[in-house]
Design a binder for this molecule. Structure first.
Ligand SMILES: Cc1cc2nc3c(=O)[nH]c(=O)nc-3n(C[C@H](O)[C@H](O)[C@H](O)COP(=O)(O)O)c2cc1C
Ligand code: SF4
Length: 653
């Protein structure tokens, strides 16, 4: 049973129509001598779920078990640290000492089920971490700080490099001893090995720098060392960034030579990714980006790397995208990264012809911020990170529940409650389904939010939730949605005729095309209201009382906001001040007000008024920014799992 969905998975009862529709995805393949039962791959995805000392514990085990149960043929663990100086998350899995083998063995023995294949990704973050996480100074190919983390690393001495190669080799040996099916060397994304490969981060003058041959030395020595220590029958995959999208960074011509060299070195699979931290939005593309955008790159390298199987990645969500790339010969395996976080049961649903039951990844990248927000990770899958505790069990006290409002939290609460046997109805209370995320789905580039609304509604209906407006039964418990709408109250008081960004997004008050509109705000809602109006023919000036736009959003989103604002032609004025001068006002026909700084979720004045009348009644949240929305969804899920229980379930940590 899948704890997240509460549905039976696999087994002879499942329809097999997906197998006929997606013959390539469901055909086996061998990597080295290891048979992978299908082409669905979970690529390395840092979870931050290890124990405090870096050992594997139950939390990670359950997380990975669900991905195997969901039908992924090859699961590559998150990056596993080969040396303390390369730790990238406070709770990263480590393998730099023999004492970690027991936990890793548990992982290898307990989660694979029948037929699934487990690889461990070996990694050192190089300069792309912080000494506050590693507890020691950073090391890298050269003493050049990562432009994002901005901490100066120390260039490894030539004599030290052999020791670092051995750290990878010994970690691989430990994984082989623990019973892993293979390893992947993380040579992508600007981490230590990738940093050696690229002129962007390697300006060494010894035998590890300069020519590509020299820059590949570190990686090739690691490969050779692992082959020797773990045996040639132990598969080794390598992940590289085929393009880094930075000055002096790796690009196709050199990536082709790397692929050729790896094939010649006996590497068993090549995973083709892109990007470094500085170009993160290419690496983990956000909402609205083309699915499978980098598969052509993988196809290019596949020709060089033959006969090595190639794993393609890059916003693959739909099985159709993966199947087409497999059929065209661009890739041999398809990595569903965030798609596997959002729905661990994706392959099984496809196999059973239930693709319309998939919980689609939004590309919101909240999962990337999990070290800073460990309590809520994915808005479409509130089971992430607490798979073991997230049990949708029948309630001992079935209750009639009426939900007023239809935010993501409301829809999530509804399907969970209905699965628990409660009699649930939703009254959207005159608003479109999806609440604030419906508004969002109307902003150019954010249409995928609409897809999730459809999926959530379908899920709720299948669980037995009724959608109806009108009278509430006398004995019904009422759960109401409260909206979180932070606004600059001082400006609203000073300009009583102004519109709010939420009124614009909800299409309640949108200035006509051709009007000159001033938007004042530093939050995501202000940015997206500006984009919406500009794309509908208004002339928009966005006044930002801060150094950047969309302060409450993930950094990747902020970058996308800047690009979209520029593309639509909206003018942006950073550090514009908290007030609006008369001269600035004279230019405008209309004023739209958002929030001036980082929104504080616990700021009570930002919530719509609501008086809870007691008697089992509850509040559910709605918020515009994805991180805040996710908090609301996790809280809703927790509330429903506890509702009517005598005993509460455990929490995340
Ligand atoms: C939360 C998160 C953690 C990640 N951790 C790793 C990692 O440990 N190693 C790695 O090579 N890539 C990592 N990546 C990159 C993914 O493996 C993948 O290449 C990227 O997300 C693009 O694939 P997708 O669009 O299918 O998600 C991570 C991405 C995310 C979103
Ligand atoms: S948090 Fe967002 S990006 Fe990450 S898996 Fe979930 S929906 Fe996708």
């Amino acid at each position: 049973m899948n704890a997240a969905t509460g549905r039976a998975v696999g087994g002879p009862g499942g329809r097999a129509s997906g197998k006929d529709e997606f013959p390539h995805l469901f055909s086996p393949i061998t990597i080295g001598q290891v048979r992978v039962p299908n082409r669905f791959v979970v690529p390395a995805l840092t979870t931050n779920f290890a124990e405090h000392d870096g050992a594997v514990g139950d939390r990670l085990l359950e997380y990975l078990r669900q991905r195997f149960e969901g039908g992924f043929g090859l699961v590559i663990t998150e990056n596993i640290g080969v040396h303390p100086s390369g730790r990238v998350m406070p709770r990263m899995v480590m393998a730099h000492e023999d004492r970690f083998v027991d936990g890793l063995r548990r992982l290898a023995q307990e989660v694979r089920g029948s037929g699934g294949v487990l690889f461990g990704q070996l990694s050192h973050a190089g300069r792309q971490t912080r000494s506050t996480i590693t507890g020691q100074s950073l090391v890298a190919a050269s003493a050049i700080p990562c432009p994002l983390n901005r901490e100066m690393p120390r260039a490894l001495e030539t004599e030290e490099i052999g020791g670092m190669e051995q750290a990878f080799v010994q970690a691989a040996r430990r994984l082989a001893e623990a019973g892993f099916d293979g390893v992947e060397i993380h040579a992508a994304h600007g981490y230590l090995v990738g940093g050696f490969l690229s002129r962007y981060s390697n300006i060494r003058t010894d035998e590890y720098g300069g020519s590509l041959e020299n820059r590949m030395r570190f990686l090739l020595n690691i490969v050779a060392g692992i082959k020797q220590a773990a045996g040639s029958g132990f598969p080794v995959s390598v992940r590289i960034s085929a393009r880094e999208f930075v000055d002096q960074g790796l690009d196709l011509p050199e990536a082709r030579d790397i692929a050729k060299a790896l094939a010649a070195a006996g590497v068993n699979a090549l995973s083709v990714s892109v990007g470094v931290y500085e170009s993160f939005n290419r690496l983990s593309m956000i909402t609205g980006e083309q699915e499978g955008r980098w598969l052509e790159l993988a196809g290019d390298l596949r020709r060089e790397a033959a006969p090595m199987p190639v794993i393609g990645v890059g916003r693959i969500k739909r099985p159709e995208v993966a199947e087409a790339a497999l059929a065209e010969g661009l890739i041999d395996l398809a990595a569903f990264g965030r798609a596997s976080i959002a729905d661990p049961g994706l392959p099984l649903k496809v196999r059973q012809g239930r693709s319309d039951d998939i919980d689609w990844c939004l590309g919101c990248n909240i999962c990337l911020g999990r070290s800073s927000r460990p309590e809520s990770i994915c808005p479409v899958n509130p089971a992430v990170g607490r798979e073991r505790d997230f049990q949708v069990q029948p309630s001992a006290h079935p209750t009639r529940i009426n939900i007023m409002g239809s935010s993501f939290s409301a829809l999530t609460a509804a399907w969970i409650a209905a699965r628990r046997g409660h009699d649930v109805s939703i009254d959207p209370a005159g608003t479109p389904l999806g609440g604030m995320q419906y508004w969002r789905s109307r902003v150019p580039g954010q249409e995928e939010y609409g897809e999730v609304i459809v999926a959530l509604e379908r899920r709720a209906r299948r669980a037995g939730v009724r959608f109806q407006s009108g009278e509430v039964a006398d004995d019904a418990v009422v759960w109401r949605v409260r909206c979180y709408q932070p606004l600059n109250q001082d400006l609203l008081d000073a300009h009583p005729d102004a519109t709010t960004v939420y009124q614009v997004l909800a299409a309640l008050r949108v200035p006509e095309a051709g009007r000159r509109v001033l938007v004042h705000g530093a939050d995501l809602a202000s940015v997206e209201a500006a984009i919406l109006m500009q794309s509908r023919g208004c002339r928009v000036r966005l006044l930002v009382p801060a150094r950047d736009v969309g302060l409450d959003a993930h950094p990747g989103y902020r970058e996308a906001c800047r690009v979209l604002l520029a593309e639509t032609g909206a003018e942006v004025f950073l550090e514009s001040g908290a007030e609006i001068s008369e001269q600035t006002m004279r230019w405008a026909d209309a004023l739209v007000i958002g929030h001036g700084s980082i929104a504080r979720y616990d700021d009570q004045s930002a919530w719509t008024d609501f008086t809870a009348p007691g008697n089992g009644d509850r509040c559910l949240a709605d918020a515009y920014e994805p991180g805040l929305m996710t908090r609301g969804i996790y809280a809703a899920a927790d509330m429903v799992l506890e509702f009517g229980n005598e005993k509460s379930i455990g929490t995340t940590e």
